[in-house]
Design a protein around this ligand. Structure first.
Ligand SMILES: [Zn+2]
Length: 338
């Protein structure tokens, strides 16, 4: 058989064999058989001297091309047979514990508010609401603070206009409630208050307050002391002692300030209570007859008490938090502790 025909036959045979080779080992065997030192292609090269001299050059070129084509086809098949990179097979196990989703929670101040509302609810107080952006009439005048009163100073309030202010206390809700309702009145109001205080560990330009108001015939100072004592013992602990010290507020007379035994040292004296054993609580007092007259209650017939307590301060005492700013920085590491 002529060399040219042999080349063609070898090419066809190789093409069929390489296509049906399925393993790297078989492919290596194929390579040795065709391109090896004793291989089939070598055999063809050895027959080159048989070729007439004038055709030998062309025959050599054809054999070299076949050699390159076989080598290329072997490489291509090898990469096609190489195992694809696959992830390690992990058998599906339906009994393995799942990934627990992160569950959100209420902000510590919201938790405190919910608890405070519940405690006063058990004492018979219902919840009253009022606007954060308030008329100066309700924030000051109706609370017995005349136009020249020091509490109306622009440096102590966020004025919107001369007659509109961000409420500096929740007391306006008391007036709004009394305007709409005859005694008996027994309400608390809870919400944000605003004062341009410089922010530090115990002050913020926005804070939360709970205020209480109870008006009826024969409401006395003893009722006031009973309600506040029960409240602090419910929220801060059953062994909390409460004492009342005189103070001044324009809309109550007499007025006072609650001191309760320090929640950290239980009265022994520590850094928080500055060694006194007592910490400040709510401001309170018996409602001034002028306030009753402003809302149309008969001051000869009705008496009542009111009090106001900062909620951040209560939550700080309860949880041993030493900086009010933590409540508003939204650091999840802090919030997740409650
Ligand atoms: Zn103390």
């Amino acid at each position: 058989m002529a060399l040219v025909d042999e080349v063609e036959r070898l090419q066809d045979a190789f093409s069929a064999e390489v296509a049906s080779t399925e393993t790297a080992e078989a492919l290596e065997g194929l390579r040795v058989r065709y391109l090896g030192r004793q291989g089939l292609l070598r055999g063809l090269f050895d027959r080159l001297p048989e070729v007439p001299t004038e055709e030998r050059r062309e025959a050599g070129r054809v054999l070299n091309e076949l050699k390159s084509a076989i080598a290329a086809a072997l490489r291509e098949r090898a990469s096609a047979l190489a195992p694809a990179v696959q992830p390690a097979a992990v058998p599906l196990d339906l009994t393995r514990p799942g990934v627990r989703p992160r569950v959100g929670r209420l902000h510590p101040l919201t938790q405190a508010i919910d608890e405070i509302v519940a405690i006063f609810g058990r004492l018979g107080f219902s919840l009253a609401h009022g606007p954060d952006v308030e008329l100066t009439y309700y924030n000051f005048d109706a609370l017995n603070a005349p136009p020249d009163h020091i509490s109306r100073s622009p440096s102590d309030n966020f004025y919107i206009t001369d007659e509109v202010v961000l409420r500096s206390q929740t007391s306006p809700v008391q007036v709004r409630t009394m305007e709409q309702q005859q005694p008996p009145v027994q309400v608390i109001s809870v919400g944000r208050c605003y004062r341009p205080d410089t922010v530090d560990a115990t002050h913020c330009f926005m804070f939360h307050q709970v205020e209480g108001l109870m008006v009826d015939e024969d409401v006395t100072f003893a009722d006031l002391k009973g309600v506040l004592t029960l409240f602090y013992r419910e929220y801060l602990g059953p062994d909390i002692e409460v004492r009342l010290l005189p103070h001044f507020f324009p809309f109550t007379e007499p007025s006072g300030e609650v001191h309760m035994s320090c929640v950290f040292c239980r009265g022994a004296g520590c850094k928080v209570c500055k060694g006194t054993g007592w910490v400040e609580g709510a401001g309170f007092g018996m409602v001034d007859p002028n306030v009753f007259e402003a809302v149309g209650y008969d001051p000869e017939r009705y008496t009542g008490f009111a009090f106001g307590q900062g909620i951040e301060r209560l939550a700080m005492l309860r949880h041993g938090i030493n900086d009010i700013r933590l409540f508003f920085e939204n650091d999840v590491r802090f919030l997740e502790q409650f």
